[in-house]
Design a protein around this ligand. Structure first.
Ligand code: PEP
Ligand code: MN
Length: 354
């Protein structure tokens, strides 16, 4: 249940409603909005009696939440969430470009790629220090040394950095270095990791699970928000299907569905969906056309000698061309996505962040 307070409700009235919710054994989570405060009732085992709350001072409405995800749902927050990463605002009508290698291999490699992607137009640098690899014999990442290199990249280029925490053991360490902590596809339903992410002070990028439905993905985001962290970015990276012409099948239809169901920003990772360099640029164009809030692309200056995912990494000149190509697409999409989402009181004019 969502209790919507009157626009003129005093803070004391909000506190009284919170206390009334808690006195019934539920958890109350106030959600401050642009116009008014809404209070989400959580941890109720059965239906909540609306009439009791409607009688309290300052309460305007009590709306049953029809989805299993509550905090993540647009029902509880009609306005888009904007995730602030350094001076990059993700989700407020900008197109955010995240780029970098699959894995951090050395300081020289990371800085070379970071300088290339920054000058091409990237806003955030990506690179794995702890890598989830299918084979135990494959390169597992540089660990803390990789995180130190990421900090150096941030210091030298000014770009915020995103990197993955592959388990709960490394979360604390990753959190101290990263601007955004990534939870990878393989961990989307690692509930103890999601709970740890819910207590993090850093934004979390939650990738879609290897074969997760949108509902399972949003429920995973609910774990993070339920823990108290509202700064969540969703990342579509394709799901496993019977197809073998690409590594995964990029589900671009998830973008408008997620944008209708949730206020959280959603970006697209065409690299891990495609698995092949030749598909990355066309899929990136499509991701922008479908209205994603951003893209995340793997780039390497020498992909033939990359320690992971070289086959899907763009060369710097290809990434530069990609950034130029998506700009006009974004310009065309802007008024359309605004129109299509007219029923949502959201989506201010979109513009390419630079
Ligand atoms: C990654 O982005 O580095 C990664 C491993 O992706 P995914 O979890 O989507 O496979
Ligand atoms: Mn990769």
């Amino acid at each position: 249940m969502l209790i919507v307070m009157d626009r003129k409700a005093a803070p004391g009235e909000v506190d009284s409603v919170v206390a009334a919710i808690e006195s019934r054994g539920y958890v109350a989570r106030p959600i401050p909005g642009g116009e008014r405060v809404a209070i989400c009732v959580l941890h109720n085992k059965g239906p909540v009696d609306a009439s009791y709350f409607l009688g309290l001072s300052g309460v305007k409405e009590a709306i049953p939440v029809t989805h299993p995800y509550k905090l993540v749902s647009r029902e509880s927050q009609p306005e888009d969430t904007v995730v602030q990463v350094g001076d990059v605002s993700l989700g407020n009508g900008n197109l955010t470009i995240i780029a970098g290698p699959c894995a951090i291999e050395s300081e020289e490699q990371a800085l070379t790629i970071a300088r290339c992607v920054k000058s091409a137009g990237a806003h955030i640098f990506r690179g794995g220090a702890f890598k989830p690899r299918t084979s135990p014999y494959a390169f597992q990442g540089l660990g803390e040394e990789g995180l130190r290199i990421l900090a150096k990249v941030r210091e030298k280029t000014g770009m915020p950095v995103v990197t993955e925490a592959i388990d709960r053991e490394v979360f604390d360490l990753v959190e101290t270095y990263a601007d955004v902590v990534q939870i990878g596809a393989r961990n989307m339903q690692n509930f103890s990791l999601l709970r740890r992410a819910g207590r993090s002070v850093k934004p979390i990028m939650l990738k879609r699970g290897l074969s997760a439905t949108i509902q399972e993905w949003l429920m995973a985001a609910e774990y993070i928000m339920e823990g108290g962290n509202s700064q969540v970015i969703l990342c579509e990276r394709g799901v496993r299907t019977f197809a073998d012409h690409s590594r995964n099948t990029l589900d671009l239809s998830s973008v408008p569905v997620v944008q209708k169901e949730s206020h959280l920003p959603i970006i697209v990772d065409p690299s891990h969906a495609a698995g092949r360099r030749a598909q990355v640029t066309p899929l990136s164009r499509a991701a922008v056309a479908v209205g994603a809030h951003g893209i995340m692309v793997e780039v390497h200056h020498a992909p033939e000698s990359a320690l992971s995912d070289g086959a899907q990494s763009l060369y710097p000149h290809q990434f530069e061309l990609l950034c130029r190509e998506i700009e006009p697409i974004f310009g065309v999409v802007r008024p359309q996505s605004h129109q299509m989402q007219d029923d949502l009181p959201t989506l201010a004019g979109r513009r390419l962040a630079r």
